[in-house]
Design a protein around this ligand. Structure first.
Ligand code: ASN
Ligand code: ZN
Ligand code: CA
Length: 331
């Protein structure tokens, strides 16, 4: 790549940001030379091919609105950058594959496309522009969710159906939220809600809730017989709820101005061990103990093994893992 640069961007969801770029003189591109060359492309409402690499003459990108096509590029690039930094600094993992190589992102996919997705075959992420092409799905938790699908593919490779599919989805929500907390940018301070910025329901409500997943009308709060027959975006609720309980504990809590109320399925009280430790336990379980067919019972034993490795079998962390799984009816 050309020289490592840090450009400035006006994002839609994260305010003014510094973004990794490359180039010199009056020719810059949205290629993050400092993070494996991760690049961001403009599909210009097409649905195939790689698209056109974003370029710019002054290394100042986007205007914070959809009037400038580069704005969605800024959000996508920033999301990928913070996700890269999170995995590197918190988990010691260099890039999605752990090999220091960047992936790429494509924005402005199709028209009125209300989704975003990771694709193993291109090793890339794609973002629609949402309803009326007005709400690109490029908020940081969504970007980190999609990129984390790549990490899951490269590690446990959880099959995307049945209970393993729910664990695959939950892993993306868990790290999507973790990256959002890690980013600590001024517009998006971190929460246990998924997609709260993209207004996907048109009424300001988020796509998913980790403290009480059933608040979305579909997700499971706790394991039950047949959980493996539920859509993976809803059976994920069991592990999302586990992660919330392990991090923050049961009951009422206000974090960064957001009110949560997390019940347990058995009425027990769970004491949280903090998000940082919960993240370490989930990452170690994902990369060490989970396999493609891990189900909820195996996720319990895998996270207990991870907690034992990290903190010891007599630790509060190990007991917290057991208590949080009991709180979502996994034993
Ligand atoms: N945005 C969705 C997800 O990452 C796309 C899908 O259903 N695979 O889960
Ligand atoms: Zn997903
Ligand atoms: Ca969020």
């Amino acid at each position: 790549y050309d020289a490592i640069r840090t450009g400035t961007g006006e994002s839609q969801y994260s305010g003014g940001v510094e973004i990794g770029t490359s180039g010199s003189g009056s020719s810059f591109s949205l290629t993050d030379a400092a993070r494996g060359g991760h690049s961001t492309y403009d599909l210009k409402h097409g649905t195939s091919g790689k698209g056109t690499l974003f370029t710019d003459a002054d290394d100042k990108w986007g205007d914070g609105t959809n009037n400038d096509a580069a704005t969605a590029g800024v959000d996508a690039a920033y999301g990928a950058q913070v996700t890269w930094d999170y995995y590197k600094s918190v988990h010691g993992r260099s890039g999605i594959n752990g090999d220091g190589k960047g992936a790429y992102s494509r924005v402005h996919y199709g028209n009125d496309y209300v989704n975003a997705f990771w694709d193993d075959s291109c090793f890339c992420m794609t973002y629609g522009d949402g309803e009326g092409n007005a709400k690109p799905l490029t908020s940081i938790d969504v970007a980190a969710h999609e990129m984390s699908h790549g990490v899951t593919s490269a590690t446990a490779n959880l099959v995307y159906s049945g209970e393993s599919g729910g664990l695959n989805e939950a892993t993306s929500d868990i790290f999507g939220t973790s990256v959002e907390f890690y980013a600590k940018n001024t517009k998006d301070v971190g929460d246990y809600l998924i997609g709260e910025q993209i207004d996907i329901n048109g009424d300001g409500s988020p796509l998913r809730y980790m403290d009480k997943p059933s608040k979305d009308g579909n997700s499971l709060d706790a394991w039950k017989t047949g959980a493996g027959n539920v859509d993976v975006h809803y059976s994920s609720g069991i592990a999302n709820h586990f992660f919330y309980l392990l991090s923050e504990g049961s009951g009422k809590k206000t974090i960064n101005g957001v009110d949560y109320d997390s019940p347990t399925s058995d009425g027990s009280t769970v004491t949280g061990i903090g998000r940082d430790k919960a993240e370490q336990i989930w990452f170690k379980a994902l990369t060490t103990y989970f396999t493609s067919n891990t189900d909820y019972a195996a996720a319990r034993t895998g996270t207990l093994s991870a907690a034992k490795d990290l903190y010891g079998a007599d630790s509060a962390e190990y007991k917290g893992v057991a208590a949080a799984w009991a709180g979502v009816n996994v034993s």
